[in-house]
Design a protein around this ligand. Structure first.
Ligand SMILES: Nc1ncnc2c1ncn2[C@@H]1O[C@H](COP(=O)(O)OP(=O)(O)OP(=O)(O)O)[C@@H](O)[C@H]1O
Ligand SMILES: [Mg+2]
Length: 351
């Protein structure tokens, strides 16, 4: 607008040939100079405007950074924390209550005992609190009340690194680094030699697919393990835990998206891994549940039913319903399709 006014007023004065405000007539050169000056005047004002926008976004960014820094850590390391001695695998939950948001309990009155070497299968509808329950064992969260004890040590009284170093975890969504396969497995035990890594991979039958990769164990994986299938990624995560050789194991079984052959390999790998360790498995496979020493049916944050697979079926409660709606399909080929005695179990021979 400034430019337009200068050109307009200057142009009219120039054409009329006499002064607009008392002086002599102006020249074209004067108008040109005036335009130049007015632009020089505008430039710094524009720069200030740009600068102000930048300052505003810097302030917004700063607010977020400090907002994050100000979030209180919910998990405080106990100042008197002791090193967790080598774990034997006796896990006890006592009257555990837990909520993510105050006043909305997710777990209530969870009470159980897992003896060393036992395998616990946890089943239940989605959102029941299964993941929340196992998250309390490596102390990813703290219980609101009650206690979680491993070999008699409350998990809040031992140092986090010494606790987590001894608990192996394989989740559905495994995390792999953009590094070689060898180093990804070695992450389970940082000082392991190449031979130890390969032995762990062999133990869980992951070596056959690894050796078929372009550079074998030295194959570079992409970000988050891209370039591998989900089943292969999980096999690497299982090998990682096998190398770690923990006394307590936590597994979140994959629900789908692996073919039956890989599924069988993973299943066998799990079984090898579980032998002789205290394990908690969020189970989606019937075969896992059958092998379990105890099955917990979690419903709305409580252990609604517990027992072995057979005992729970006999109760004809919530587990029975779940079995009929979800797991029965998995044994259809073994059971008579129209069998009218659903409780009768066909003798399960090893696969
Ligand atoms: N980080 C969180 N913050 C707030 N609420 C959460 C959080 N994680 C889970 N919840 C809530 O707690 C409840 C139990 O969740 P949890 O993940 O334990 O269920 P789940 O039994 O593992 O379910 P799924 O079978 O789908 O994995 C759900 O209602 C969920 O919405
Ligand atoms: Mg879950």
């Amino acid at each position: 607008m400034g430019l337009a006014i200068v050109v307009l007023v200057g142009g009219i004065s120039l054409l009329r040939g006499h002064p607009l405000l008392g002086g002599s007539a102006i020249s074209l050169g004067l108008i040109f100079t005036f335009v130049q000056y007015s632009q020089r005047f505008n430039q710094p004002i524009q720069q200030i405007a740009v600068l102000w926008t930048n300052i505003q976004s810097a302030i917004a960014g700063g607010e977020r950074i400090f907002g994050l820094l100000d979030i209180p850590t919910t998990l405080e390391e106990n100042p008197n924390a002791v090193e967790m001695p080598p774990i034997e695998g006796h896990v006890v939950f006592e009257e555990v209550e837990m909520s993510y948001n105050p006043g909305e309990p997710v777990l209530q009155g969870i009470e159980f005992e897992a003896k060393p070497g036992q395998m616990i299968a946890i089943v239940g509808p989605t959102g029941a609190g299964k993941t929340t329950m196992i998250n309390l064992i490596p102390r990813f969260y703290d219980a609101d009340s009650g206690s979680v004890r491993i070999d008699g040590h409350d998990v809040r009284d031992v140092s986090l690194p010494s606790l987590r170093r001894q608990i192996g975890i394989v989740l559905q969504d495994t995390f792999l680094f953009s590094d070689t396969v060898m180093n990804n497995i070695r992450y389970g035990k940082l000082d392991a030699t190449d031979e130890e890594v390969i032995a762990a991979a062999k133990m869980v039958a992951a070596d056959s697919f690894i050796e078929r990769l372009p550079d074998g164990y030295e194959t570079l994986l992409g970000e988050r393990g891209s370039g591998l299938s989900q089943g292969q990624r999980q096999l690497i995560a299982i090998a990682r835990v096998a190398l770690m050789n923990p006394r307590v194991l936590i597994l979140d079984e994959a629900t789908s998206s692996v073919d039956t052959r890989t599924e069988r390999i993973i299943q066998a790998a799990f079984e090898k891994l579980l032998a002789g360790r205290t394990s908690f498995v969020i189970a989606h496979r019937l075969s896992t549940i059958r092998n379990a020493d105890q099955v917990f049916m979690v419903k709305a944050g409580q252990i609604a039913e517990r027992g072995t697979h057979d005992e729970l079926l006999e109760q004809q409660g919530a587990y029975y319903d779940l079995y009929m709606s979800q797991f029965r399909r998995q044994e259809e080929p073994a059971a008579a399709p129209n069998g009218n005695r659903p409780i009768a179990e066909p003798a399960q021979s090893g696969d």
